[in-house]
Design a protein around this ligand. Structure first.
Ligand SMILES: Cc1cc2nc3c(=O)[nH]c(=O)nc-3n(C[C@H](O)[C@H](O)[C@H](O)COP(=O)(O)OP(=O)(O)OC[C@H]3O[C@@H](n4cnc5c(N)ncnc54)[C@H](O)[C@@H]3O)c2cc1C
Length: 380
């Protein structure tokens, strides 16, 4: 029976969840091997809000001072209509001070910080092409034709996980009627968060140390054509009714390509199959509407590493099942909440958006902020 450092654990995906698992295992004297499909991390990405749910895990990995250095604590929150009339104003800073810190930071910066906590080898440009399980191990084939045996394989390879396809077959992603774009802007919003709700159109501006990030969204049919070469011009036309400063943000962006994807999420009845487990977006991708996918990925990664670190090789399938049991209720609840929040973004009918705007205007600040309370409680 092999334990701890003798276990051979492969993590597919060196993103937020994959690096968190590796760092947590290392804290417990173990080592994993990471394969990352990308050739390098690069500097691309968007802003992430990290909530106490994820932050407590990052703190436990000794990353607090780095997060203070690279993150911005949110201050005021403003939601308005495209004509500038206010819908909601809330003192997010005070709320965070009461319930727990949260930060906005760039995904690339968070990856840099997590990498500092990981000594396990990361093989870039490498990915799994075949998986075969026996009772004792998982035989893995890689894209370069090499093979190796592991006690456990963790799929932390994101929304369109290949590990998921290999271990569970095709699992459909659910489209929620909205498509989105993200880009870094040159405007100054300090530590404010600003969101603009139009009919079937949304723009949100989120701070980071370097520059704010804009996340724009529009209700649209699934996989509507969105040619990257003409994207900027189409966005300018699509958000023509939005305030001048918001459109200036689009013009100020120096991003060579504006990031784009549909709003998709994923619900699976199982995240584990024998010695293979999925984690983060690969297992439970959440809609960007609640901005909590990374925090949930970090929490799940921590629980998975916790269970793995206590299991001998023969009991790994039981450990992976325990991870799933410990996370299921929490993840389902937050996923439901992310889906409910789509009522703020999706409607395009002027009568429905009129009702939405009235509801938003009437919601007291305390009630609006209390929507975020589940995300402020850390469960690990
Ligand atoms: C625009 C936008 C804004 C968002 N804002 C927020 C926010 O404010 N707060 C928040 O908490 N969440 C946010 N999210 C969600 C968040 O980014 C994800 O939930 C989070 O990144 C999930 O982490 P992960 O490690 O599971 O996946 P990822 O971070 O996607 O990492 C997966 C890694 O696997 C690699 N990979 C892919 N395929 C393979 C393969 N076959 N083999 C090996 N490696 C592979 C990828 O290159 C990547 O490095 C946002 C998402 C989007 C799109």
């Amino acid at each position: 029976m092999r334990y701890g450092n003798e276990l051979k654990i492969l993590i597919a995906g060196g993103g937020i969840a994959g690096l968190t698992i590796a760092a947590t295992l290392e804290q417990r004297g173990m080592r994993a091997e990471i394969v990352e499909r990308a050739k390098n991390y690069g500097g691309v990405g968007y802003v992430l809000g990290i909530w106490p749910a994820g932050l407590n895990v990052l703190n436990s990995l000794g990353l607090r001072s780095e997060l203070e250095r690279i993150g911005v604590r949110p201050g005021m929150y403003y939601a308005a209509r495209p004509n500038g009339s206010a819908l909601i104003q809330a003192k997010f800073g005070e709320f965070s001070a009461q319930y727990g810190d949260n930060f906005y930071l760039g995904r690339a910066e968070l990856i840099d910080v997590l990498r500092k906590a990981v000594a396990s080898p990361i093989h870039f440009g490498r990915f799994i092409t075949g998986l075969r399980q026996s009772e004792q191990s998982v035989a893995v084939t890689f894209n370069d034709g090499t093979t190796a045996e592991y006690d456990a394989v963790i799929g932390a390879d994101g929304l369109r996980s290949e590990t998921r396809r290999l271990a569970f077959g095709e699992v459909p992603l659910t489209y929620h009627g909205v498509t989105g774009w993200a880009f870094w802007t040159g405007i100054d919003i300090g530590s404010e968060t600003r969101e603009i709700y139009g009919p079937g159109r949304f723009m949100g501006f989120y701070p980071s140390r370097e520059r704010p990030c804009c996340f724009a969204a529009a209700s649209a049919p699934r996989s509507a054509p969105d040619d990257a070469a003409t994207r900027r011009g189409r966005l300018e036309a699509m958000f023509a009714g939005f305030p001048e400063w918001a459109r200036a943000a689009l013009n100020s962006s120096t991003d060579p390509t504006i990031w784009h994807d549909d709003f998709l999420d994923l619900r699976m009845s199982r995240w584990t199959n024998g010695r293979v487990a999925l984690v983060g977006d690969a297992a439970h991708a959440l809609l960007p509407s609640a901005g909590v996918g990374a925090s949930m990925a970090i929490e799940s990664a921590y629980v998975l590493a916790d269970e793995l670190s206590r299991a001998p090789s023969g009991r790994i399938p039981d450990a992976l099942r325990r991870y799933e049991q410990r996370r299921r209720t929490r993840v389902d609840r937050v996923q439901r909440q992310s889906r409910q929040l789509m009522w703020m973004i999706r409607p395009r009918n002027p009568i429905v958006t009129g009702v939405r705007d009235s509801v938003m205007r009437m919601v007291p600040e305390s009630a609006f902020l209390s929507m975020f309370k589940p995300l402020m409680e850390s469960v690990v």
